[in-house]
Design a binder for this molecule. Structure first.
Ligand code: PEP
Ligand code: MG
Length: 314
């Protein structure tokens, strides 16, 4: 029992019956790096690279970017690092890019869509990531934000491979990508669900609008249905399906996500221990049962209540 308790409090994430669930950290700034690297995780599930581009007058050079990525890869030597390419636009405008006059920036040219206009920026970023990867032992994956179609996913994966980056995936943040998760996964190596944006676009609710918090609640069954579709698509072909939005850091919701077919969870380092413990206390079958309960609830609050009550009995 002591060994089981110890296993539950450290090391790789596992359900009570031993199904592995990779526990990873989100990193969004150079100053987060030390704490993130010290945390007991299998690596970085989401490196938000915006920190290199925001709050500056000029675009970072390839060499400057390479140095920053090298620092992250060195801190996570031997572990996985999933680098998300630039997610600018919308609430994150760049000083050195003309974003035009967008009446609805969240529905405009943001994330991977920016590469339609500024292809060289994506190419430079991939060049810098590939150069840093060459000199490191980190297992470097890349993924694109705001992907809407399998064609966009394929285009990104092709670009990544052309730069010598062998593992390329896409974020599922737009309902269209979840609905076509099978085709998106056929076009790339893995997906990672960004529940923050996926909630915003599923509920037509601005993620900054505090007044709409009930609609943006990651327990919303309609959002979970999109996770289910994506998880099932991943399971069918044996490709990884991660979650890197806030949803992953709620221990009870983490169980539901695993029950929906999610294979890795990426979160703030402080959230890791509670999620690891929750997983260790529940079997994969428990997780599947909790997921079924959540999916059929009429709203987020009820989903949470019903799952909490059922988990207590397990
Ligand atoms: C998300 O949308 O859930 C996500 C992880 O990306 P970000 O929060 O950086 O938009
Ligand atoms: Mg997002």
């Amino acid at each position: 029992a002591q060994a089981a308790a110890l296993a539950a409090s450290s090391g790789p994430g596992r359900t009570a019956d031993g199904v592995p669930v990779a526990l990873l950290v989100n990193v969004g700034a150079a100053r987060d790096l030390t704490a993130a690297a010290a945390a007991d995780s299998e690596g970085v599930g989401l490196l938000r690279t915006e920190f290199l581009y925001l709050d500056r007058a000029e675009e970072p050079t390839v060499e400057e970017q390479r140095r920053s990525y090298a620092e992250v890869f060195a801190a996570f030597a031997g572990r996985k690092v999933v680098v998300r390419t630039l997610d600018a636009g919308a609430d994150k405008p760049l000083a050195f890019v003309d974003h035009g006059d967008e009446p609805n920036p969240a529905l405009g040219v943001r994330g991977l869509r920016l590469a339609r206009r500024h292809r060289r920026m994506l190419d430079d970023q991939l060049t810098a990531i590939a150069a840093a990867r060459e000199e490191s032992t980190a297992d470097v994956w890349v993924m694109a934000p705001m992907v809407s179609t399998p064609t966009e996913a394929a285009d990104f994966a092709r670009a990544a491979r052309a730069h010598g980056l062998p593992v390329a995936g896409t974020m599922v943040e737009v309902p269209a990508a979840a609905l076509r998760a099978d085709a998106v996964l056929a076009a790339c190596d893995f997906v990672s669900i960004g529940t923050n944006d996926l909630g915003q676009y599923t509920f037509a609710a601005d993620r900054m609008a505090g007044e709409l918090a009930d609609l943006l609640d990651p327990w919303q069954p309609a959002l979970l249905e999109l996770v289910r579709i994506t998880g099932a698509a991943g399971a069918a072909v044996g490709k990884p399906v991660g979650v890197c939005g806030e949803a992953a850091s709620d221990p009870l919701l983490a169980l539901v996500l695993v029950g929906l077919g999610v294979t890795s969870l990426s979160m703030a380092p402080a959230a890791l221990p509670a999620v690891r413990l929750a997983l260790a206390a529940h079997t994969a079958a428990d997780c599947a049962a909790l997921a079924r309960l959540a999916l059929t609830a009429p709203d987020a609050a009820r989903a949470r209540e019903e799952v909490a009550a059922a988990a207590k009995q397990m």
